[in-house]
Design a protein around this ligand. Structure first.
Ligand code: PAF
Length: 294
């Protein structure tokens, strides 16, 4: 495994691999790796010849009042984990390599980047889309791997790639969870023991919501009400947003008559947690039988 801090040396190494006919997979991360990231790397290893993992805590996706400075970092441990998975290249640039001077060009998606988490964190998805576009241009991958946990981020990146004709296949990888259901996240280490325990309520509420939809509920509000009341039972968890949206484009749904995604954002102590779960409604067939929506 080779580690690069600078763009020209990474590009030179990748050029050779490309000339040898190899396919390139990229896994963009902000480091402090957990099993969710490692699952992305395993998928990339299985599906491409040469895997690049980027580690860059991107300042432009954090608002001034957010946790950029305290975002967890442990480069040494990250490199050990990646070497254990036989990653080819790690790109871990300093901030000046990515932002040598203030950008005049940014990528923002409207309305996709401004709704849901984008409404709670204005500017966040523009920071994400811009740095991912830069990383794509630096690495030039055939495939790029992202977790489904950050469902809106995945939707934003897919739309950016389609709108701007990046010749890259975006692969969404299912959320990896702790044994008690909590979605893995680098931020989980900052939860106090009490908040960590309380945070389980998010995956439990998502499961309850998906179950209710799966058993035939077509109205949005009763599903949300049941989930809100479950989450309210945990005083340590403050709900920031809860939505049921079209799983394809995150558009609003009046009635649950197609595959949807339930998206939750909540605060536990100073930690912002997000999670999601897709849900399939039951649709009555012409013969009166019940079938799952495609
Ligand atoms: O999901 C993340 O870790 C980040 O948002 C990403 C995609 C690496 C961009 O900084």
């Amino acid at each position: 495994m080779q580690t690069f801090e600078h763009i020209p040396s990474l590009r030179a190494a990748l050029k050779e691999r490309r000339q040898a006919g190899e396919t390139i997979g990229v896994v963009p991360t902000m480091g402090y790796l957990h099993d969710g990231h490692l699952e992305l790397v395993r998928r990339a290893k299985a599906e491409t010849d040469c895997v690049v993992v980027t580690i860059f805590v991107n300042p432009t996706q954090f608002a001034p009042n957010e946790d950029f400075a305290s975002y967890p970092r442990d480069a040494e441990r990250d490199l050990q984990l990646l070497a254990g998975l036989d990653v080819d290249y790690v790109f871990a640039p300093p901030v000046e390599e990515i932002y040598p001077e203030p950008l005049q060009t940014t990528v923002s998606l409207k309305p996709l980047g401004d709704i849901l988490i984008g409404a709670v964190r204005p500017g966040h998805f523009s920071g994400v889309a811009t740095v991912v576009a830069k990383l794509f241009n630096i690495v030039g991958p055939d495939r790029a791997y992202f977790g489904e946990k950050d469902f809106q981020q995945l939707a934003v990146i897919r739309k950016m790639v389609a709108d701007l004709n990046f010749p890259i296949e975006i692969v969404g990888v299912p959320t990896v969870r702790e044994p008690d259901g909590l979605a893995m996240s680098s931020r989980n280490v900052r939860l106090s023991a009490e908040d960590r325990k309380a945070a389980r309520v998010l995956s439990a509420a998502l499961e309850a919501g998906a179950r209710r939809i799966g058993s035939g509920e077509r109205e949005v509000e009763p599903v949300l009400a049941e989930m809100r009341s479950l989450i309210a039972g945990e005083a340590a968890v403050r709900l920031r947003s809860l939505d049921i949206r079209d799983a394809h484009d995150l558009g609003e749904v009046q009635s649950i008559d197609r595959p949807v995604v339930i998206l939750v954002t909540a605060q536990a102590g100073s930690v912002l947690l997000i999670d999601q779960r897709e849900a399939m409604p039951l649709l009555p067939s012409a013969q009166g039988r019940t079938i799952l929506a495609p």
